[in-house]
Design a protein around this ligand. Sequence first.
Ligand code: NDP
Ligand code: OXD
Length: 312
Amino acid sequence: MTLAPTRIAFISQSASLDYFGPLMADALPHAEVSVWPDPRCLEADIAVCWIPPPGIYARMPRLRLIHGIAAGVDNILEGQDTRGLPVCRVVEPGLTQGMVEYVRWSVLYFHRDFDHMAMQQRERVWKRLPLRPAADCRVGVMGLGELGGVVARTLRDDGYDVGGWSRSPREIDGVATWHGDEGLPAFLARTDVLICLLPLTDATRGILGARTFAQLPRGAAIVHCGRGEHLAVDALTDALSTGHLRGAVLDVFPVEPLPEDSPLWRCPGVVVTPHMASMASSAEIVRQVAANVARLGSGEPLRNTVDLARGY
Ligand code: NDP
Ligand code: OXD
């Protein structure tokens, strides 16, 4: 008896995932690979997704595994019935390193006053500011998972005064940590540069809003690399306009690409980057999908599974 080949579908309604086709075919030569909107996707056993069409899994009778191409899984779960199937995401040292680089730059930008220097240059002002040691800059990392945990340790090793906040208790040497709703006010009150590396869930949607900003010390800055829906844009522009917040480096937005008429493009104090803080390489994504396909076939536990009850 010949076994039917594994059918793998790359599915996105917002991005072209064509480039994964040949890479996957090289990694698993016996698999049949299709890319949305090819109707053969609906016959697949494995769906590899980034913002798939709503309700797509319910239309895939043979589906056995849902795999993301990213660390965040919100957009492969929202509006979907996962039918109890396993969902996996990407966890990768290269992705983590990219995030560390992005956040380090952003923290230095505020710590070493590059934002003020850019303003001074526009006004042709030559004015030196006192050198503030890293230990006097209190950085706070929201989310101490695969990315936030490494970011917190790296900034600690750079000499910053680092705090962290998570859902459950986390201990990191040399990092003061808080958790849960009850821990949030104390964490925010000691944070000069707030870094968001949370997943998007019902509990975290809108967390970067007026209430959170009001609990930060006057002059605090935001570095946002989580998901756009964490951020209340009006609350941010209000807090910037009153001077309560000093600035924000934003990589993710409620609508992406950021619409041309968004006030954020020209908001003083805001740095906009196009959701580029980090990403896994295509080769690594394919390697992880292929490894999980093999594990599914042999009955071994899958890697990087998502806890659907928690939503991340
Ligand atoms: P993880 O799942 O490994 O870590 C998530 C962390 O957030 C955990 O520490 C978790 O707490 C904490 N958390 C979750 N819910 C809450 C809550 N309600 N209150 C407090 N803390 C909470 O995720 P990663 O580190 O891999 O990725 C984080 C996010 O970064 C992704 O979901 C994605 O949105 C974003 N991202 C953005 C990229 C970009 O280019 N801008 C690139 C990659 C990722 P606990 O430890 O208790 O579980
Ligand atoms: C991710 C992303 O979640 O790129 O990996 O946003």
